[in-house]
Ligand binder design. Sequence first.
Ligand SMILES: Cc1cc2nc3c(=O)[nH]c(=O)nc-3n(C[C@H](O)[C@H](O)[C@H](O)COP(=O)(O)OP(=O)(O)OC[C@H]3O[C@@H](n4cnc5c(N)ncnc54)[C@H](O)[C@@H]3O)c2cc1C
Length: 486
Amino acid sequence: MAQMTGKQYKESLKKVKPVIYYMGEKVDDITKHPAFIPHINAAALTYDMALAPEFEELCSAKSHLTGERINRFTHIHQNHDDLIKKVKMLRAIGQQTGSCFQRCVGFDGMNATYSVSYDIDKKFGTGYHERFKNFVKMIQTKDLMPSGAMTDPKGDRSLSPSQQKDPDMYVHVIEKRKDGIVVSGAKAHITGAVNSHGHLVMPTTAMREGDKDYAVCFYVPIDAPGVMHIFGRQSNDTRKCDCSMDQGNCEYGCVGGEALIVFDKVFVPNEYVFMCGEWEYAGELVERFATFHRQNYGGCKGGLADVLVGAVYSLALAQGTAKASHVREKLAEMIHLAETIYCCSIACSCQGFAQPAGSFQADPLMANVTKLNVTRNVYEIARLAHDITGGLLATMPSEFDLHDPTVGKWVDKYMKGSSSVPAETRMRLIRLIDAMTCGTALAESMHGAGSPQAQMIMIERRGSLERKKKLAEKLAKIGDQPVLIC
Ligand SMILES: Cc1cc2nc3c(=O)[nH]c(=O)nc-3n(C[C@H](O)[C@H](O)[C@H](O)COP(=O)(O)OP(=O)(O)OC[C@H]3O[C@@H](n4cnc5c(N)ncnc54)[C@H](O)[C@@H]3O)c2cc1C
């Protein structure tokens, strides 16, 4: 079987037995728990869209390893077209879910590890790349969803992994055996972790020789002994449990569903170890992963912005403000900001290049510019949405009051805007805007794929300042400069 349907994906989650905690309780079947269902639905859509005739061209691909048609989220990019289709796919899915659909992190981790494992082998004569290819084949043929687990808890940020007082602040190897390794530590904020099939674990930072034990990359199935998941709380998450329209987006939620993954002396067999001690390549793996992941954000957040613009426009019609020139202008500005980040994602894909492994990588400088713009534009889009929505965004009564036999008629009467639009329609739109722009939903645009400073550092490093200085000096006739500066 090369591709699963959404239904088969949901069934596959019942076949594994991961350890998952939420709100102080162990959850045995997440497919039946309201806190998890929206996130599972969003991931399931990535399976269904790959099989839908309207979307299969974007959401599926031909495997270069097996020749089979596979879900694009398991594909290794082979050319520019793959990089561009990835961004278009993310926008298309974002338009359908209005929320994070989680599958890109593992996808980006696989693409980064694919090329880095090749480079490590070339330098050290190790055998990681063949192993990794076998792993990718397994993921592709079973259509699995691995999470991308890079971010460690990190403890004191001013100290390197090996300098931490508690050695578990970064995932590390505690024992090497003939048949594999034993690891301890944790990964924080991992998107889709509880509804993945396993975790692709990567180092989170560049390392020095002293950090050798922390330079480790591996895969573990979600229910491997010693792996534990603690699901994070989200803004307004009790609304998920009352299953009301107050959720805003009851089908797909407002963010990916993140978890802290604890690795307590977990055994990883050699076949799933893709880096172990090659500290020189930890930074390279982080950089390549970050490039792929930052490339995404104008795609998925562009798709989400399309939904948000639609919600705000519909609400303006329901409130009688849609014809006001400042509202039209603000809607146009929201579209402009969304298209700007999308342009960035497309541009860094077009400027991509082949790695020695044969796979394709987006342009790192432009990918970082993409994500830095996302940290700003998405907040500005939300600010404009809040402006047009009005104060009910923060003060609106619940669905329970709308349907209450005593106060319902008052809620219905006073929540009306334009007389031609039912109060419930207006309330539903406001809740959707609330879900898409408040709290947890926005933080992902700031910190997901790295905080803004991480992008600034990359932009400064790759911005060719010395060359630009020479260009200016040549024209200003400072010193002896060649006619053409390359
Ligand atoms: C919704 C969401 C989903 C995510 N999903 C994933 C996922 O699927 N997989 C994954 O691996 N990660 C994921 N992340 C993690 C994300 O990559 C991190 O949040 C991000 O890299 C920032 O790390 P941090 O949260 O530890 O913040 P910190 O690193 O603590 O950053 C907080 C602030 O401190 C600054 N800072 C940090 N270190 C230093 C230093 N040494 N000196 C000076 N300033 C410093 C930063 O610039 C920032 O301003 C997700 C995050 C979010 C919010």
